[in-house]
Design a binder for this molecule. Structure first.
Ligand SMILES: C[S@@+](CC[C@H](N)C(=O)[O-])C[C@H]1O[C@@H](n2cnc3c(N)ncnc32)[C@H](O)[C@@H]1O
Length: 258
């Protein structure tokens, strides 16, 4: 299939400006309504990604091919999700790449699951655990929408009772009590495998670091990423007035043994 042209059923990112965009499924004989007028979706089918379309009020939108980051930003959520600055760092330090096998504890809305699945495909796999069936079902729908279902196994099981998978390359934990799953995570990881915990509070960081040490993890690090976006208008370049002040801390270490 020609990937440069928009086909019926494709998701397209309609970009008004750098602050406003919409992720739209292009169905035939439908209109997409915005506060800037509507777009007839029949006019979009067959156009090239990157081209422009005008609304009924003569306002231009860019027709962009959504990236994995665009899909994740628009994910339907019922839980707090891991933001892209943290997700990108986690993927890098956990060495997530095509062919890797990863366990995720705390699927939530599936935002990080989507990022993990995107990078382990086509030969790797993500095994994601959540004790809440509602969240797991939502995450399943989100991952299906992005087209990554075949790279993810969803497990409605408490990993405190054990993780089924062995020889895993990495384990990523985003739950309130990460220390309770460190032993099962250790048993599931391959030697020298990477464990990453996302912790919203510094109290969690302190506790998880000592539990990791007690459980033979080494090379333990704790970091916080602070992102400040700039407005990039010529002659008015400066940080934006508002920013997200806090997301969480990232703690990571490697499985060792004596
Ligand atoms: C903050 S959310 C995770 C969000 C996810 N990282 C994302 O980016 O969408 C935390 C999730 O952990 C789940 N959870 C809490 N305790 C758990 C446990 N012991 N095992 C597995 N999941 C657990 C909750 O049900 C919730 O869905």
């Amino acid at each position: 299939m020609d990937n440069t042209a928009i086909h019926e059923g494709d998701y397209v990112l309609f970009i008004l400006n750098e602050r406003k965009n919409f992720l739209v499924k292009v169905n035939r004989n439908e209109r997409f309504h915005t506060h800037k007028g509507y777009i007839d979706l029949n006019d979009v089918i067959g156009k090239e990604y990157g081209s422009l379309v005008k609304t009924s009020k003569n306002i231009e939108f860019v027709l962009a091919k959504p990236t994995i980051a665009d899909f994740i930003k628009k994910i339907q959520r019922k839980t707090q999700i891991i933001y892209q600055k943290d997700a990108a760092y986690i993927l890098f330090i956990a060495n997530v790449a095509s062919g890797k096998n990863v366990v995720e504890i705390g699927t939530g809305s599936g935002a990080l699951t989507a990022a993990l699945a995107y990078y382990v495909k086509p030969t790797g796999h993500v095994y994601t655990y959540d004790i809440n069936l509602d969240f797991l079902e939502l995450a399943k729908r989100n991952i299906e929408k992005i087209g990554l279902s075949e790279y993810v196994t969803f497990k409605n099981k408490n990993p405190i009772e054990g993780i089924d998978e062995k020889d895993m390359d990495a384990t990523i934990i985003d739950i309130g009590n990460p220390w309770d799953v460190i032993k099962p995570a250790f048993n599931s990881l391959k030697n020298s495998g990477i464990l990453v915990c996302f912790c919203p509070t510094i109290n969690q960081v302190e506790k998880i670091c000592s539990v990791l040490k007690e459980n033979s993890f080494r090379d333990i690090h704790g970091i916080e990423l602070i992102e400040r976006e700039y407005q990039v208008e010529a002659g008015k370049i400066r940080p934006r007035t508002l920013m997200i002040g806090h997301t969480g801390y990232i703690v990571y270490g490697r499985k060792s043994f004596s």
